[in-house]
Design a protein around this ligand. Sequence first.
Ligand SMILES: C[S@@+](CC[C@H](N)C(=O)[O-])C[C@H]1O[C@@H](n2cnc3c(N)ncnc32)[C@H](O)[C@@H]1O
Length: 313
Amino acid sequence: MNWRVKASLQKILSATRLGDQLNHIPATLKKEYHQNVVRYQFHECLRKYDYTNLDLNQPNYALEIGTGYSIISPIILTLLGFKKVVTVDIDKDITFKTFQKQINFLNQSEFIDNISQRSVFSAKEIKNKLDFIVGCTSLEEALSFSNIIYVAPYTIEDIEDEEITFDYIYSQVVFEHIPPKFLEVLFEKFRSWLKKGGFTVHTINFVDHFTNPGFFQDKKISEYNFLRFSDKQWKFWAGNSIAYTNRLSYIYYHELFKKNDLIILDFIGENYKPSISLALDQVHEDIIKKYKVSPDLTKLTKYQRGTFIAQNI
Ligand SMILES: C[S@@+](CC[C@H](N)C(=O)[O-])C[C@H]1O[C@@H](n2cnc3c(N)ncnc32)[C@H](O)[C@@H]1O
């Protein structure tokens, strides 16, 4: 389907108070939605954590930027042995109903055994904790038992009010939704929020989200189609709270880490879906202007997704 159909619908929905939630409903109608979310969160949470060499026998504190619709990832971190996890989002999308559905899937030996291999707790202890969480009668009770602080919507001051320096700051497909100006603020804060030796691990999706799989997917355009448009044109189509993406590639984030003295230990670039190439002369000059130094254009379309693993050394 032409991407402009989805863009128009999202534009209309974003004008309503419940726009983001209404936009999310179609995805949740699939029978195995919650099971798939748990699998995805489980895989991505442990994958990112495994890039660190944190010693969980010491007290460790984590900060997640961009909770989204699932609290499974913070729960897994506390089951590993993190003392506290702060998770923040600009939208309050976690509900007790969704939480209940997802936590039941996590409470299975397949997941518990895997977590216990890395955890300070035994599989039996993790099972006991999950049984308790499954029995909680409110989200507040479950979060409090799990030592999770969920702040949505949040401000920088909310995070600083916790008076915690973190061993681990992470995000999963969130940075591409953050405007460059706020990214600058966040990265500067990461430097002061991270303990010396702490890790910061972020997976970022670099593609035009109108090519994401689903009913409205436009299969005819390049996954870098959005690079063809001026800022003004793109603001018209996607400058709303549901569709916003910053259209930045991995080289932009590379500079941000460097500028804030966060040492990149590794960057794992991935191409996870079939590609439709975009001729480089199609890249709009407004895209090029986003970079301090004129970028090598081939790098703007090199990776569809990537994970930065950095440390405050
Ligand atoms: C694609 S979702 C990913 C959510 C979750 N991390 C996951 O993997 O399912 C992007 C999330 O980023 C959040 N977000 C957007 N801008 C943000 C910001 N400035 N700070 C924190 N979260 C933000 C959105 O509200 C949304 O929940």
